[in-house]
Design a protein around this ligand. Structure first.
Ligand SMILES: [Fe+2]
Length: 320
């Protein structure tokens, strides 16, 4: 049985901020009410697109979204890793994303942030050690555009479940006051964006976050290495909801290139194992406002997170 048979994914309703909404009100809507905010294309996000694609194309070559078809798996993973590093270290790109965050949610003196991360999600079949037999591949192609036409048991057999686990970023010891921004580098639809489970913003789910310790994880695993860890056969803890089959009402979203969403790190979500023909590229950035970290400050409800340590120790302050 496929996930699509048992849990239809609906279209996620995104909220919009009215003109003149203050950063404090905007953060309240995200952190206390759990709203997932649509952020339209702007002059700044167009500059982000231009700069990010320049880096990606330099690393992957022409038509980066098709690179998984022409590169062998180790070479593809090497490119993923290199592109992530280039983007992580690009100060100008970082400043553009900070401008988007500070124009809506944060103050420049108060922001603490984790630099932008590039996310690269190829079709799930291309993550398999051996290509699928031709007839199976054809079968998958027929379902192009369907919602998650792959079963959890297939992903589990291939050792790919951790890449697509359902989690809150707070399970990774991200602050309860954290807001994430996720920017689409090309058009995405429900099949290749990611899924939220909005009702669990206020409800607990069984999870293994109590096993997560930020300091140990940082040393042994690290962000952005899930695909290479998988390829190297490393065992790593990716904290997650334990009974995904029991979770209700998943919803995924569509965005045009340069549009973004902003959401609380405490939202339950997970990447969709897609079988579109093209690799998905996106950028995300995480931020907190320092005043929200004070006693009585704004934060998302914590119903079930028992992770230890805090990623905040590695967040950066904006230089004046
Ligand atoms: Fe996440």
């Amino acid at each position: 049985m496929t996930i699509s048979d048992s849990h239809k994914i609906s279209n996620l309703q995104l909220s919009r901020l009215e003109a003149g909404c203050t950063p404090l009100k905007a953060r309240r809507r995200v952190l206390e009410e759990g709203q997932i905010i649509h952020m339209p294309v702007s002059g700044t996000s167009r500059l982000v697109l231009e700069r990010a694609w320049q880096h990606i194309t330099e690393v992957f070559g022409a038509e980066p979204r098709q690179a998984h078809k022409r590169l062998k798996r180790p070479e593809f993973l090497r490119c993923v890793s290199e592109a992530k590093q280039v983007i992580l270290q690009d100060q100008e790109l970082r400043n553009l994303l900070l401008e988007i965050l500070c124009s809506t949610f944060n103050s420049r003196p108060g922001i603490r942030f984790d630099p932008p991360r590039l996310r690269v999600v190829p079709p799930w079949q291309s993550l398999l050690p051996e290509p699928l037999a031709p007839e199976e591949e054809e079968e998958e192609e027929e379902e192009e555009g369907a919602y998650q036409p792959v079963s959890r048991s297939t992903l589990a057999e291939a050792g790919l479940l951790p890449l697509f686990s359902t989690h809150r970023d707070t399970f990774y010891a991200n602050p309860q006051s954290q807001i994430n921004i996720w920017l689409a580098l090309h058009d995405v639809g429900p099949q290749d964006s990611f899924r939220f489970y909005p009702q669990y913003f206020h409800e607990p789910v069984a999870n293994d976050s109590h096993l997560f310790n930020y300091d140990i994880w940082k040393k042994d695993v690290g962000f952005g290495k899930s695909q290479s860890n998988h390829a190297e056969g490393k065992k790593a803890l990716y904290p997650q909801a334990l009974d995904e089959a029991a979770l209700k009402n998943p919803a995924a979203f569509s965005l045009k290139e340069g549009e973004a969403i902003a959401f609380a790190a405490a939202h339950l979500h997970g990447t969709n194992p897609h079988c579109c023909q093209s690799t998905r590229f996106s950028l995300d950035m995480r931020a907190v406002e320092i005043e929200d970290l004070q006693p009585g400050g704004l934060q998302a409800p914590n119903r079930d997170n028992k992770s230890q340590g805090s990623s905040l120790q590695d967040y950066l302050k904006l230089e004046d």
